[in-house]
Design a protein around this ligand. Structure first.
Ligand SMILES: Cc1ncc(COP(=O)(O)O)c(C=O)c1O
Length: 376
């Protein structure tokens, strides 16, 4: 092997306005450059405590079991579902896009009968329809996506959905991967039993950790399990021996990712949740107005739009790939493509965490305008 074949790492400069990852503040990058220490070093145990406390703050919960799962957002999803589902259970998944489909797929791997309730991509679930479905069978849980990154829709009425699940004797699980840190997620107030997220979106830490919180009902369901969790790595009774009081080895925590998470959450706390949500909302509204000024439309009705990810319909006169490719090549701007049934039909513009900036809104709109004009 000739090591000269591999040149020095020289990553391109990008402006990250896709559906994740978002940009990381310099302070977070600096935190990642701190020396690695052992995963049971007393100094790291303190960092773990800090991360858990900061996660409770951002999830707005007092839940004891609140940790960053080692793995991306999908690991958080897998942890929530695999720990709560037992073989023979029946579960209901609300599907408004790609990530609801992913939960549906995942839940079926743990021996449950999985039912689905759908809304077309770009729309949201109707609470009454969910209630009706919950009355059809004895469900172990209802899981829904709060911010559906694939369509840019935000599921409203989370409190009502949680209450409907509880009335039917089911747990309520919420995917907050695209919402946590960017829009209000009030785990305790909404009475959400289990929620998970990702580090790389509105929190603006490095990809690789999945914030997760389990409330008292979810903890009880875990304790009452008749059979062990169907995977070892994410089995929370084991994982929590490391994150909880015992502090025994489970796996080697990704040290630098936890430094990044701690610093990113410290920045969230310094900004304040309300100020941060208002910034995301304002920048999104400015983007929406700019898109309309360019005579383009958004996929999602205004009242259901997710401030962190906006789906812009590709106008009939424009080419999806041309605009997306030129944004990257000529302006260094990354935006997302449409997934599944929306492939080629939308661009997804993310304004998340450190990437949710007024100057970026102005820049991306001007860049799209220039590209469209040149293509005429
Ligand atoms: C809503 C939602 N859920 C789950 C995931 C999966 O997260 P990850 O790609 O970090 O595994 C994503 C990622 O985009 C997402 O947007």
């Amino acid at each position: 092997m000739d090591p000269k074949r591999f040149h020095d790492l020289d990553t391109p400069e990008r402006i990250l306005l896709g559906p994740g990852p978002s940009e990381m503040p310099a302070r977070v990058l600096q935190a990642m450059a701190m020396p690695v220490i052992g995963h049971l070093d007393p100094a790291f145990l303190q960092i773990m405590d800090d991360v858990q406390e900061l996660l409770r703050f951002v999830f707005q919960t007092k839940n004891r079991l609140t940790i960053p799962v080692s793995g991306t957002g999908s690991a958080g999803m897998e942890a929530a579902l695999s720990n709560l589902i037992e073989p023979g259970d029946r579960v209901l998944i609300g599907i408004i896009g790609y990530f609801g489909e992913r939960m549906f797929n995942m839940a079926g791997r743990y021996g449950a009968t999985v039912d689905r309730i759908d809304a077309p991509w770009g729309q949201v679930l109707d609470v009454d329809a969910v209630k009706k479905q919950l009355a059809q069978h004895k469900y172990k849980l209802l899981a829904v996506v709060h911010g559906e990154t694939s369509s840019g829709a935000q599921q409203p009425h989370i409190k009502e959905l949680a209450a409907a699940a509880h009335e039917a004797g089911a747990l309520f699980v919420l995917d907050t991967v695209a919402s946590l840190g960017g829009v209000p997620v009030e785990v305790d107030k909404w009475d959400v039993d289990a929620a998970f997220s990702g580090s790389q979106k509105a929190i603006s830490a490095s990809p690789g950790l999945a914030p997760l919180t389990f409330g008292p009902r979810a903890e009880k369901a875990l304790a009452d399990r008749k059979v062990g969790v169907g995977n070892w790595y994410l089995s929370l009774d084991e994982v929590h021996k490391y994150w909880g009081k015992e502090r025994t080895y489970h796996h080697t925590a990704p040290i630098q990712l936890n430094y990044a998470m701690r610093e990113a959450l410290r920045i969230v706390a310094e900004e304040g949740l309300e100020t941060r949500f208002a910034r995301h909302q304002q920048n999104a509204e400015d983007l929406w107005k700019g898109v309309e000024d360019l005579d383009m439309e958004m996929l999602v009705a205004r009242e259901h739009r997710l401030p962190t990810v906006t789906a812009v319909k590709v106008p009939p006169t424009a080419s999806h790939d041309h605009v997306k490719n030129h944004l990257l090549a000529d302006y260094g701007i990354e935006v997302g493509a449409g997934l599944g049934p929306l492939k080629g039909q939308i661009w997804r513009i993310g304004l998340m965490g450190h990437s949710s900036r007024r100057e970026y809104v102005t820049l991306v709109l001007a860049a799209i305008r220039e590209i469209l004009e040149k293509a005429k």
